[in-house]
Design a protein around this ligand. Structure first.
Ligand SMILES: [Zn+2]
Length: 327
């Protein structure tokens, strides 16, 4: 098997307001202001609206310099507004020192590119992740269209990895490698390790037996294996975690999934709404781990019961005789 490369397209930027600059209106609506903190630059109402709509460069270099002097422009004037707002989100998520470059430069390896794995990839790309390695041998089926927002009826029969790679590349300028195979064992692990420089693995396949087989090979590959996060469903529960960053962390199979009582027979359906629930939680935890190298999901699993609406973190412990993480 080989990995395919999807080329990155580039975009250019222009000066942007800092993310915390706001357009405010005077009560009499005769003037409006650009406000940052306590400072307000007052302008005639229609002029302020015009600048807000067209950007800080619209009145020329002198006004640009004035706004820069007022500390209202983003430090990197080539940051897009979207990525600057992402920086605000990521800053709010993690207090203290953050490794933003570490997040952006991570190779996110998505094993399983169905509704859940692809949703996580899209959310990571929207947050500024640049590099992806997509692993899945499955093709798009008409019944998948309820949860693949990046696929259309014309894509039915195409490889999920190909269509998702095209979407990430064209929509987010991401660099994407694809491995259109089911990740079953040591050969897939070897290829992932060969192509990914700085990998973080998201394990989002819906086949527990394949996941078990793959993780056994993953743990056996190296004692210093890259971190990974396991996501999926058990019965009525949406699950994210554990996040395994070190060899002494419990793997998803250490105490099996038997901890989740499932006596009702209810199985969570794969729909956009509940995939997005898991993805949103998982992505916030992945971002925290990448930015700070710490995570509350180490040794824990997040469970959300779709029927009751109850969510919680459950502690899971390392099982000394686990066949998956003790090769
Ligand atoms: Zn284990």
């Amino acid at each position: 098997m080989t990995a395919n490369n999807h080329a990155q397209s580039t975009g250019c930027g222009r000066a942007q307001f800092r993310a915390d600059v706001r357009l405010v209106h005077a009560p009499d609506r005769k003037r409006s202001g650009l406000q940052r903190g306590l400072r307000v630059v007052w302008l005639p109402d229609d002029v302020a609206d015009f600048i807000w709509e067209r950007g800080p460069d619209v009145l020329g270099s002198a006004f640009h310099a004035f706004l820069k002097e007022a500390d209202m422009l983003a430090e990197d004037e080539h940051l897009s507004e979207a990525s600057d707002r992402n920086a605000v989100f990521l800053s709010a998520l993690c207090a203290g020192p953050r490794d933003l470059a570490g997040f952006q430069d991570t190779d996110f390896v998505i094993v399983g590119c169905g509704g859940l794995g692809s949703q996580i990839a899209v959310q990571l790309a929207a947050l500024g992740a640049h590099n992806f390695f997509l692993v899945d041998g499955d093709r798009i089926d008409e019944s998948n269209l309820n949860r693949l927002t990046w696929a259309t009826r014309q894509d039915v029969g195409q490889l999920k990895t190909d269509r998702l790679a095209s979407y990430l590349s064209s929509r987010f300028s991401a660099t994407v490698l694809t491995l259109p195979e089911f990740a079953t064992g040591s050969e897939a692990v070897r290829l992932i390790m060969a192509y990914a420089r700085n990998p973080f693995l998201v394990l989002a396949g819906d086949n527990a037996s394949l996941a078990r087989q793959f993780l056994t090979a993953y743990h056996a590959f190296s004692a210093a294996f890259p971190p990974y996060l396991h996501v999926g469903y058990v019965g009525a529960h949406c699950i994210a975690g554990p996040l395994v960053a070190r060899p002494d962390d419990a793997c998803p199979f250490c105490n099996s999934a038997a901890e989740v009582a499932n006596d009702s027979g209810f199985v969570a359906p794969s729909a956009l709404a509940n995939n997005a629930l898991i993805a949103g939680f998982a992505v916030s935890q992945i971002a925290m781990e990448r930015l700070t190298r710490r995570s509350i999901l180490c040794g824990h699993r997040w469970l959300f019961d779709l029927r009751t609406g109850r969510a919680g973190l459950r502690s899971i412990s390392k099982h000394p005789e686990c066949k998956v993480c003790h090769p």
